[in-house]
Design a protein around this ligand. Sequence first.
Ligand code: OXD
Length: 309
Amino acid sequence: MSILFISKADNPTEWQQALASLDPEIGFQVWPDSGKPEDIEVALVWKHPPGALLGLPNLKLIQSLGAGVDHIFMDPRLPKNVPIARLVDAELTRQMVEYVTLAVLSRHRRLDLIRGAQLLRDWQVIPPVPISCSRVGILGFGEIGRATGNTLVNLGFKVASWTRTPHTVGAVASYHGSEGFTSLLQKSDILICLLPLIAKTRGLLNAEAFATLPTDAYVINVARGAHLIEQDLLAAIDNGHLSGAWLDVFDAEPLPSNHPFWAHPKIVVTPHLAGLTVASSAASQVIHNLRLVHIGKTPQNLVDPTVGY
Ligand code: OXD
């Protein structure tokens, strides 16, 4: 019973220790050394090189090291019929909620204007808008979207959510489909993108979507860079329709040093750090899934390959 670890972004030693502390019997190999390939039952991956998962005759699960799985589907030589699972981890969800709340509150209390005034040594009092008048739209309402929505509702924001297909949620208004998308945009002073990246969500945040948002709206993207057309965002901010954006993900990562986002006064750039998987927290889920597939049972947090998330 062995795991093959493939990631340049995560620390293999931390993962090996976290897994061994829960079950010292489990084998752990770091790609490209797969040890005895027939022993590998789970591949634990983040942006693995195409074809790296071939030649593992007993592979029973491809486990993402992150909440997203789009990086797995980018491999054109993915082994057929091996289930894929995303990571749903309380620590990862908490970090995402924390980060998005930081961005929403910064915009709500106009930290951008306050900082701008500070740089000019200008004692300018910017009165807050009542929180119940700040409408937040969340695109994507999975584990992280729901946790974020609940936190923002508890703070007093008026929150609505959008998914491609119908969904029911408690205190949060829900929209779906293309008509629902337009309705949600029209009512979002702050728009948060938490969507999975699939063909249908690629480029969804484009000139038309930005024009549908209310004047002065603000865009937060913590999903994938490819959800957003970067030139369209710049145009919508520079022509004064949008008040700015807070971005953690980009078309090209690392963001090239000559990219206009870096120095834009109305754009906050962070280097894809909104939620970082913590081995000590997530290892138990990986072991649980390994034990399930080892005895022929269905692993948790499976992805539907026909929809891509
Ligand atoms: C993830 C990410 O998918 O960090 O977890 O982007």
